[in-house]
Write a protein that binds this ligand. Structure first.
Ligand SMILES: [Fe+2]
Length: 294
């Protein structure tokens, strides 16, 4: 049976309706995975998942990663990372904040995860309105819609991503990631890391070309003078996240939102505060390998 897909006006964030993730036959799962690979972000609403059921569904995509801060992974099921601002007995039950800058996860790594899945258990509200939206933009669509001249210009360029710059950047007013220091502590190996990535990367599964630009963490484009480098990076980021290309997910309890870490960037709005409660369970799909490649 063909999937019932409700398309958004953006290139991604399309909703797959009429499925129960607890009982999917192989054919339906294959169509969901294809839709995920094709668009880079999908939404499946109205789910009712135990942590184990979320892990079981996530594992159908392949192996899973554990989040670096072990204390926010569920003890009995450490593949589930708790994203929450809830305080119980004076202790946070999860990581309270998510990246409020346009990024893909683990850009500091040579082998970033394939993607992530968020499942909403509690959604903060201001009055009747849900808050704490998540924004997504497609880096594959962004590449496809560049002028040929720009594609030629950036084809062989590389950029230097710096974790030091990130640490400075998250101190900025608009980005308050209170656990950044802790993450950096836990990952001493990446603390002072500079890593060079191609500005155009091929999606490991689909082969599509995707722009690789993360807000605020790129020090420069290799071999380019600083002014030109900054102007080009700003232009590319503005193109990726131009308003008509952004999908803004407004959360409801029971939503599953997935993003592909190569063909999409994401950003948390973070516009809520305790005692507005937010609780999500996240699973992370391990880096795609050649064996998984489509
Ligand atoms: Fe993220």
């Amino acid at each position: 049976m063909a999937l019932d897909i409700h398309f958004t006006s953006a290139p991604l964030g399309h909703e797959i309706a009429g499925v129960d993730l607890r009982k999917l036959d192989d054919d339906t799962f294959a169509q969901i995975e294809k839709t995920f690979d094709t668009y880079g972000s999908i939404v499946i609403r109205g789910q009712s998942l135990t942590p184990q059921q979320q892990v079981d569904f996530s594992r159908r995509f392949g192996p899973l990663d554990r989040f670096v801060l072990e204390r926010f992974n569920m003890k009995e099921l450490p593949e589930v990372f708790v994203l929450s601002n809830i305080i119980e007995n004076g202790q946070p039950i999860g990581m309270s904040d998510a990246g409020r800058y346009w990024h893909s996860d683990m850009w500091v790594s040579d082998t970033p995860p394939r993607g992530s899945m968020l499942y909403a258990l509690e959604v903060p509200h201001r009055g009747e309105e849900p808050v704490g939206d998540t924004c997504l933009a497609s880096t594959a669509h962004a590449y496809d819609t560049l002028s040929q001249e720009m594609k030629d210009r950036i084809e062989n360029l590389s950029a230097v991503f710096s974790s030091k710059l990130y640490a400075q950047f998250v101190g900025h007013d608009t980005v308050k990631d209170i656990h950044t220091k802790e993450i950096m502590e836990a990952r001493k190996d990446i603390q002072d890391r500079q890593i060079t990535h191609r500005l155009v990367r091929r999606h490991p599964r689909t082969g599509r070309k995707c722009l690789y630009v993360v807000e605020g963490v790129i020090s420069h484009i290799v071999g380019m003078e600083p002014g030109e480098s900054r102007a080009l990076l700003d232009e590319l980021l503005a193109h990726i996240v131009r308003p008509e290309a952004v999908y803004r997910h407004r959360w409801r309890v029971g939503d599953v939102l997935m993003w592909d870490n190569y063909s999409a960037v994401h950003r948390a709005t973070g516009d809520f505060e305790w005692p507005q409660r937010r609780l999500m369970h996240r699973t992370t799909l391990s880096a795609p390998t050649l064996a998984q490649a489509a």
